[in-house]
Design a protein around this ligand. Sequence first.
Ligand code: FOL
Length: 217
Amino acid sequence: DMSTAELTLIVAATLKNGIGKAGSLPWRLKKEMAYFKRVTTRIPTQQGSTDRAQNVVVMGRKTWESIPSKFRPLPDRTNLVVTRSALHVKPEVDHAVAHTVTDPSDGIAGALEHLERRREAGTVPPVGHIFVIGGASIYEQALALRQTTRVLMTRIRNDFDCDTYFPLDLDGADGEREGWRRMSLAALNAFTGEEFEDGRMVEGDVEYEFCLYERSR
Ligand code: FOL
Protein backbone atom coordinates (compact mmCIF):
# COMPACT_ATOMS: atom_id res chain seq x y z
CA ASP A 1 0.00 0.00 0.00
CA MET A 2 0.92 3.69 -0.46
CA SER A 3 1.74 4.33 3.20
CA THR A 4 4.81 2.09 2.86
CA ALA A 5 5.72 2.65 -0.81
CA GLU A 6 9.27 3.84 -1.46
CA LEU A 7 9.63 7.58 -1.97
CA THR A 8 12.22 9.33 -4.14
CA LEU A 9 13.10 12.97 -3.56
CA ILE A 10 14.10 14.97 -6.63
CA VAL A 11 15.82 18.31 -6.15
CA ALA A 12 18.32 20.70 -7.67
CA ALA A 13 20.57 22.42 -5.12
CA THR A 14 23.77 24.45 -4.90
CA LEU A 15 26.82 23.28 -2.91
CA LYS A 16 25.35 25.20 0.05
CA ASN A 17 22.04 23.30 -0.47
CA GLY A 18 20.22 26.38 -1.79
CA ILE A 19 17.04 25.40 -3.66
CA GLY A 20 14.88 28.51 -3.94
CA LYS A 21 14.70 32.28 -3.92
CA ALA A 22 11.60 34.47 -3.45
CA GLY A 23 9.16 31.64 -4.20
CA SER A 24 10.79 30.29 -7.32
CA LEU A 25 13.88 28.58 -8.67
CA PRO A 26 17.06 30.74 -8.47
CA TRP A 27 18.11 29.62 -11.98
CA ARG A 28 16.66 28.88 -15.38
CA LEU A 29 18.26 25.66 -16.64
CA LYS A 30 16.41 24.33 -19.67
CA LYS A 31 18.17 20.95 -19.93
CA GLU A 32 17.97 20.40 -16.19
CA MET A 33 14.22 21.06 -16.24
CA ALA A 34 13.88 18.70 -19.21
CA TYR A 35 15.65 16.02 -17.11
CA PHE A 36 13.17 16.66 -14.25
CA LYS A 37 10.27 16.28 -16.66
CA ARG A 38 11.58 13.06 -18.29
CA VAL A 39 12.55 11.38 -15.05
CA THR A 40 9.36 12.22 -13.17
CA THR A 41 7.21 11.19 -16.17
CA ARG A 42 8.93 7.95 -17.26
CA ILE A 43 7.19 4.85 -15.91
CA PRO A 44 9.37 2.18 -14.29
CA THR A 45 9.92 -0.83 -16.60
CA GLN A 46 6.75 -2.90 -16.60
CA GLN A 47 5.96 -6.25 -15.17
CA GLY A 48 2.37 -7.14 -16.07
CA SER A 49 -0.78 -5.03 -16.00
CA THR A 50 0.67 -1.61 -15.10
CA ASP A 51 0.47 -0.11 -18.60
CA ARG A 52 -1.89 2.71 -17.61
CA ALA A 53 0.36 3.64 -14.71
CA GLN A 54 1.53 7.17 -13.96
CA ASN A 55 4.16 8.36 -11.54
CA VAL A 56 3.04 10.58 -8.66
CA VAL A 57 4.57 13.96 -7.87
CA VAL A 58 4.02 15.04 -4.26
CA MET A 59 4.56 18.72 -3.52
CA GLY A 60 3.80 21.37 -0.97
CA ARG A 61 1.36 24.17 -1.65
CA LYS A 62 4.05 26.80 -2.23
CA THR A 63 5.77 24.57 -4.79
CA TRP A 64 2.41 24.07 -6.55
CA GLU A 65 2.00 27.84 -6.71
CA SER A 66 5.57 28.25 -8.00
CA ILE A 67 4.87 26.15 -11.09
CA PRO A 68 3.79 28.38 -14.00
CA SER A 69 0.02 27.92 -14.46
CA LYS A 70 0.54 26.79 -18.08
CA PHE A 71 2.59 23.82 -16.78
CA ARG A 72 0.34 22.70 -13.93
CA PRO A 73 -0.85 20.19 -13.08
CA LEU A 74 2.40 18.65 -14.33
CA PRO A 75 1.12 16.61 -17.29
CA ASP A 76 1.16 12.79 -17.45
CA ARG A 77 1.82 12.58 -13.70
CA THR A 78 -0.61 12.32 -10.78
CA ASN A 79 -0.15 15.62 -8.95
CA LEU A 80 -0.59 15.42 -5.17
CA VAL A 81 -0.54 18.75 -3.35
CA VAL A 82 0.00 18.81 0.40
CA THR A 83 -1.75 21.70 2.15
CA ARG A 84 -3.60 22.27 5.40
CA SER A 85 -6.20 24.35 3.63
CA ALA A 86 -7.94 22.81 0.64
CA LEU A 87 -9.09 26.33 -0.31
CA HIS A 88 -5.60 27.29 -1.37
CA VAL A 89 -5.47 25.17 -4.49
CA LYS A 90 -8.97 23.87 -4.90
CA PRO A 91 -10.43 26.34 -7.42
CA GLU A 92 -7.52 25.81 -9.82
CA VAL A 93 -7.46 22.07 -9.27
CA ASP A 94 -11.18 21.79 -9.93
CA HIS A 95 -10.62 23.31 -13.36
CA ALA A 96 -7.59 21.13 -13.92
CA VAL A 97 -7.22 17.46 -14.67
CA ALA A 98 -9.03 14.63 -12.94
CA HIS A 99 -5.67 13.23 -11.95
CA THR A 100 -4.98 16.09 -9.60
CA VAL A 101 -5.67 15.45 -5.98
CA THR A 102 -5.49 17.65 -2.95
CA ASP A 103 -5.55 16.78 0.66
CA PRO A 104 -5.69 19.02 3.70
CA SER A 105 -4.72 16.37 6.29
CA ASP A 106 -1.43 15.74 8.04
CA GLY A 107 1.43 16.28 5.65
CA ILE A 108 2.88 13.58 3.44
CA ALA A 109 1.41 10.69 5.43
CA GLY A 110 -2.09 12.15 5.03
CA ALA A 111 -1.48 12.81 1.36
CA LEU A 112 -0.42 9.19 0.76
CA GLU A 113 -3.54 7.93 2.56
CA HIS A 114 -5.60 10.19 0.32
CA LEU A 115 -3.82 8.72 -2.72
CA GLU A 116 -4.58 5.21 -1.49
CA ARG A 117 -8.29 6.02 -1.18
CA ARG A 118 -8.28 7.57 -4.66
CA ARG A 119 -6.66 4.40 -6.02
CA GLU A 120 -9.26 2.18 -4.36
CA ALA A 121 -12.01 4.39 -5.78
CA GLY A 122 -10.35 4.12 -9.21
CA THR A 123 -10.13 7.91 -9.61
CA VAL A 124 -6.35 7.89 -10.17
CA PRO A 125 -4.40 5.55 -12.44
CA PRO A 126 -2.09 2.80 -11.14
CA VAL A 127 0.95 4.28 -9.40
CA GLY A 128 4.50 3.99 -10.78
CA HIS A 129 7.22 5.78 -8.85
CA ILE A 130 6.33 8.34 -6.18
CA PHE A 131 8.50 11.49 -6.37
CA VAL A 132 8.61 14.17 -3.69
CA ILE A 133 9.35 17.44 -5.53
CA GLY A 134 9.55 19.87 -2.60
CA GLY A 135 9.80 22.39 -1.16
CA ALA A 136 11.96 22.52 1.95
CA SER A 137 9.30 21.59 4.53
CA ILE A 138 7.98 18.72 2.40
CA TYR A 139 11.52 17.41 1.82
CA GLU A 140 12.10 17.59 5.58
CA GLN A 141 8.93 15.59 6.31
CA ALA A 142 9.87 13.00 3.68
CA LEU A 143 13.46 12.61 4.96
CA ALA A 144 12.05 11.70 8.38
CA LEU A 145 10.25 8.69 6.87
CA ARG A 146 12.06 5.35 6.49
CA GLN A 147 10.16 4.77 3.23
CA THR A 148 12.25 7.57 1.68
CA THR A 149 15.12 5.57 0.21
CA ARG A 150 16.38 7.70 -2.71
CA VAL A 151 17.37 11.28 -3.49
CA LEU A 152 17.93 12.37 -7.08
CA MET A 153 20.07 15.43 -6.47
CA THR A 154 21.22 17.76 -9.20
CA ARG A 155 24.26 19.40 -7.63
CA ILE A 156 24.76 22.91 -9.01
CA ARG A 157 28.39 24.03 -8.75
CA ASN A 158 27.77 27.78 -9.24
CA ASP A 159 26.78 29.86 -6.24
CA PHE A 160 23.27 31.39 -6.49
CA ASP A 161 21.61 33.67 -3.96
CA CYS A 162 19.00 31.52 -2.18
CA ASP A 163 16.55 31.93 0.71
CA THR A 164 15.35 28.30 0.89
CA TYR A 165 17.53 25.26 1.57
CA PHE A 166 17.43 21.49 1.20
CA PRO A 167 17.30 20.34 4.85
CA LEU A 168 20.05 17.68 4.72
CA ASP A 169 23.73 17.87 3.77
CA LEU A 170 23.88 14.54 1.91
CA ASP A 171 27.69 14.61 1.54
CA GLY A 172 28.37 15.69 5.13
CA ALA A 173 28.33 14.02 8.53
CA ASP A 174 24.52 14.20 8.84
CA GLY A 175 23.99 12.41 5.55
CA GLU A 176 26.43 9.67 6.54
CA ARG A 177 24.88 9.31 10.01
CA GLU A 178 21.46 8.87 8.41
CA GLY A 179 22.81 6.18 6.08
CA TRP A 180 22.86 8.11 2.78
CA ARG A 181 25.37 6.88 0.19
CA ARG A 182 26.19 8.31 -3.22
CA MET A 183 25.53 5.73 -5.95
CA SER A 184 27.19 5.24 -9.34
CA LEU A 185 26.10 6.81 -12.62
CA ALA A 186 25.12 3.28 -13.74
CA ALA A 187 22.75 3.07 -10.77
CA LEU A 188 21.30 6.49 -11.64
CA ASN A 189 20.78 5.40 -15.26
CA ALA A 190 19.13 2.15 -14.12
CA PHE A 191 16.71 3.91 -11.78
CA THR A 192 15.84 6.85 -14.03
CA GLY A 193 15.97 5.13 -17.45
CA GLU A 194 18.45 7.80 -18.60
CA GLU A 195 21.55 6.83 -20.61
CA PHE A 196 24.22 9.27 -19.46
CA GLU A 197 27.88 8.53 -20.14
CA ASP A 198 28.77 11.41 -17.85
CA GLY A 199 26.51 13.00 -15.21
CA ARG A 200 28.30 16.36 -15.44
CA MET A 201 26.53 19.06 -17.48
CA VAL A 202 27.19 22.62 -18.59
CA GLU A 203 24.42 25.05 -19.51
CA GLY A 204 25.60 28.55 -20.38
CA ASP A 205 27.97 29.39 -17.55
CA VAL A 206 26.33 27.00 -15.07
CA GLU A 207 27.89 23.63 -14.23
CA TYR A 208 25.93 20.88 -12.51
CA GLU A 209 25.90 17.12 -11.99
CA PHE A 210 23.09 14.54 -11.84
CA CYS A 211 23.55 12.45 -8.67
CA LEU A 212 21.73 9.59 -6.94
CA TYR A 213 21.85 8.88 -3.20
CA GLU A 214 20.27 5.86 -1.53
CA ARG A 215 19.78 4.46 1.94
CA SER A 216 18.33 1.12 3.04
CA ARG A 217 14.97 1.10 4.88
N1 FOL B 1 14.31 18.83 -9.31
C1 FOL B 1 15.21 19.14 -10.26
N2 FOL B 1 16.18 18.28 -10.55
N3 FOL B 1 15.14 20.29 -10.92
C2 FOL B 1 14.14 21.19 -10.68
O1 FOL B 1 14.11 22.25 -11.31
C3 FOL B 1 13.16 20.90 -9.70
N4 FOL B 1 12.13 21.75 -9.44
C4 FOL B 1 11.24 21.41 -8.52
C5 FOL B 1 11.38 20.21 -7.84
N5 FOL B 1 12.38 19.36 -8.09
C6 FOL B 1 13.28 19.69 -9.03
C7 FOL B 1 10.09 22.31 -8.20
N6 FOL B 1 9.89 23.38 -9.13
C8 FOL B 1 8.27 22.92 -12.96
C9 FOL B 1 8.51 24.20 -12.44
C10 FOL B 1 9.04 24.32 -11.17
C11 FOL B 1 9.35 23.19 -10.41
C12 FOL B 1 9.12 21.94 -10.94
C13 FOL B 1 8.58 21.81 -12.22
C14 FOL B 1 7.69 22.78 -14.32
O2 FOL B 1 7.06 23.68 -14.84
N7 FOL B 1 7.93 21.63 -14.99
C15 FOL B 1 7.37 21.24 -16.29
C16 FOL B 1 8.32 21.56 -17.43
C17 FOL B 1 8.48 23.04 -17.64
C18 FOL B 1 9.42 23.42 -18.77
O3 FOL B 1 9.56 22.66 -19.76
O4 FOL B 1 10.00 24.51 -18.68
C19 FOL B 1 7.13 19.73 -16.29
O5 FOL B 1 6.29 19.28 -17.07
O6 FOL B 1 7.80 19.01 -15.50
